[in-house]
Design a protein around this ligand. Structure first.
Ligand code: IMP
Length: 431
C-alpha cells in the first residue's frame, strides 16, 4: 500500500495521462490536486482515444474512485460535459465513482471573459493562456471572493456571491476592456441548474482520503501541467496560476506531507512547450518540425502547435530537486527513433559562463544557449520492447544518461501510446 504522486517535469504535456492510467491499476483512489480544464490528459485504450480535462485519468478502471481535490479550479459546465461525454461512450459516472471537493473553487463565466480580454489587451507580451479562466479564478480564491463547490448547496450564499462578484467584474470588464457586461439573471439561472446536477458529487475529499489511508488503501495523486509552469518554481510570469509540484498534492487534496511515499516525475524524451516564454533547447528547424509532426504535438486543450526541442536536462534536474522525485517515467521514446544524432542539453551557457541551473532572472534565461552532449540514435522500431534489455543499445544509453544527469532512476519507459507499449522497470507502488 502506498501513496504516489505523478507530476510533470517540463512544461506540461509530458504524457502524464498514460502513466496515471497505467498506475491506476494499483490504486484505489485517484486524486487531481491542482489546475483545471487548462489540462488535457490523453489516453489511448484499445485504440480508442480519450481526453480528460478535469476528471482524473484513472476513471476508466471500473473499481477505482476518482476525486477532484480542493486545489483544483472547476468549471462546472466542463465537468458536466465530461461526465456526459463518458456516458455517451457507455461509461456511466455516478457519485459512487467521482467526488468533487466541497472546497474546490468554481470557474465562473466572468473568469473566462477576464482571461480572454486581458490576453488580447496584452498584445505581444501575452502569456498564451488557455483562455479557460484559470488565473482569474485563482486570483479570486486568494482575494477571498471566490465561489466554492459547497456554495452550490447553499443557494442564498450562491446568489449573494454571484451578485457581489458581478458588480465588480462587470465594472472591470466594461471600463477597462470595453466588453459587454454579464447578465445576473441568466448567469444565476445557469448556476442554479448546475447546482442541481453537481450537488450529489460534492464531498469532503480530505476526510475521505484520511479514512481510505486508515484502511491501507493506495492513492494516486495526479498532477496537471508541469514544474516549469509552476507559479513559484516555473519560468514566471510565463506560468500557470497553481503549483503543479508534488508538495501541492498535500495542500490541494488535504493530506499531510508524511503520507507520501513516491514521487514520479514524467519526462518526455524531448521537450515541448505551448504558449509564450523562454525555451532554451527549442528547435526552430526541420528537426523541431519533425518532432512536432511525429510526436503529434498539438495541445489537447487548445489544439495549438507545441513548440519542440531537444531534451533539456537542466530543466528536469531542477524538477528532480523541487519535487523530491524518486522515480522517472520517460515517455514518447519511440518518437526519437530514426533521429541521429540526438542531442541532450546538459547545461546552459550564458555570457561565457556555464550554468547548471535554471536562472530565475528571465533576461538571463532568454540569453542562455544550450550545452549539448551528442548521443547516437537508433533506427529499430522500439514499440514492441517490453523490457529494458529489448531496447537497442543506443536507446538504452540515452535512458541511462538521463538517469545519470538527473540523478533519479528510471522506473517506466513508454514506447507507444497504448497501455501495453510500456516497459516497467520498477513499480512506484512497491515502496
Ligand atoms: P493558463 O493555465 O491557462 O493560465 O495558461 C498559462 C500558461 O500555461 C500558458 O502558457 C499555457 O499554454 C500553459 N498551460 C496551461 N495548462 C497547460 C497544460 O496542461 N499543458 C501545457 N501547457 C499548459
Amino acid at each position: 500500500m502506498a501513496n504516489v504522486v505523478v507530476i510533470g517535469t517540463q512544461w506540461g504535456d509530458e504524457g502524464k495521462g498514460k502513466v496515471v492510467d497505467l498506475l491506476s491499476a494499483h490504486a484505489n483512489r485517484i486524486v487531481r490536486f491542482q489546475g483545471g480544464n487548462n489540462a488535457g490528459h490523453t489516453l489511448v485504450i484499445n485504440g480508442e482515444r480519450f481526453v480528460f480535462h478535469l476528471i482524473p485519468s484513472g476513471i476508466l478502471y471500473p473499481d477505482t474512485r476518482c476525486l477532484i481535490g480542493n486545489g483544483v479550479v472547476v468549471d462546472p459546465e466542463v465537468l458536466l460535459e465530461e461526465i456526459k461525454g463518458l456516458l455517451d461512450r457507455g461509461i456511466a459516472i455516478s457519485p459512487k465513482k467521482l467526488g468533487l471537493s466541497e472546497r474546490a473553487h468554481l470557474i465562473m463565466p466572468y473568469h473566462k471573459a477576464i482571461d480572454i480580454a486581458r490576453e488580447s489587451a496584452k498584445g505581444r507580451s501575452k502569456i498564451g493562456t488557455t483562455g479557460r479562466g484559470i488565473g482569474p479564478c485563482y486570483e479570486d480564491k486568494v482575494a477571498r471572493v471566490g465561489i466554492r463547490a459547497i456554495d452550490l448547496t447553499e443557494l442564498d450564499v450562491l446568489k449573494e456571491k454571484i451578485r457581489a462578484n458581478l458588480r465588480e467584474k462587470n465594472f472591470y470588464l466594461t471600463n477597462l476592456f470595453g466588453c459587454e457586461p454579464l447578465e445576473y439573471k441568466s448567469l444565476l439561472d445557469r448556476y442554479l441548474s448546475l447546482s442541481h446536477e453537481l450537488s450529489p458529487f460534492i464531498v469532503d475529499v480530505s476526510a475521505e482520503l484520511h479514512e481510505a489511508m486508515g484502511r491501507n488503501e493506495s492513492i494516486l495523486f495526479e498532477g496537471a501541467q508541469g514544474t516549469h509552469l509552476d507559479i513559484d518554481h516555473g519560468t514566471y510570469p510565463f506560468v500557470t496560476s497553481s503549483n503543479p509540484v508534488a508538495a501541492n498534492a498535500c495542500i490541494g487534496a488535504g493530506i499531510g506531507p508524511k503520507t507520501l511515499d513516491s514521487i514520479v516525475g514524467i519526462v518526455k524524451a524531448y521537450t515541448t512547450r505551448v504558449g509564450s516564454g523562454p525555451f532554451v533547447s527549442e528547435l526552430i528547424d526541420e528537426t523541431g518540425n519533425y518532432l512536432q509532426e511525429i510526436g503529434q504535438e498539438f495541445g489537447a486543450t487548445t489544439g495549438r502547435r507545441r513548440r519542440c526541442g531537444w531534451l533539456d536536462l537542466v530543466v528536469v534536474r531542477y524538477s528532480a530537486r523541487v519535487n523530491g522525485m524518486n522515480h522517472l517515467a520517460i515517455t514518447k521514446l519511440d518518437v526519437l527513433t530514426g533521429l541521429d544524432p540526438i542531442d541532450l542539453c546538459i547545461a546552459y551557457e550564458c555570457q561565457g559562463k556555464r550554468l547548471e541551473n535554471v536562472p530565475a532572472k528571465l533576461s538571463a534565461l532568454y540569453n542562455c544557449s544550450p550545452v549539448y552532449e551528442e548521443m547516437e540514435g537508433w533506427k529499430e522500431d522500439i514499440s514492441g520492447a517490453r523490457a529494458f534489455e529489448e531496447l537497442p543499445k543506443n536507446a538504452q544509453a540515452y535512458v541511462r544518461r538521463i538517469e545519470e544527469v538527473v540523478g533519479v532512476p528510471v522506473s517506466i519507459i513508454s514506447v507507444g501510446s497504448g497501455r501495453k507499449e510500456t516497459i516497467f522497470c520498477k513499480n512506484p507502488f512497491d515502496e
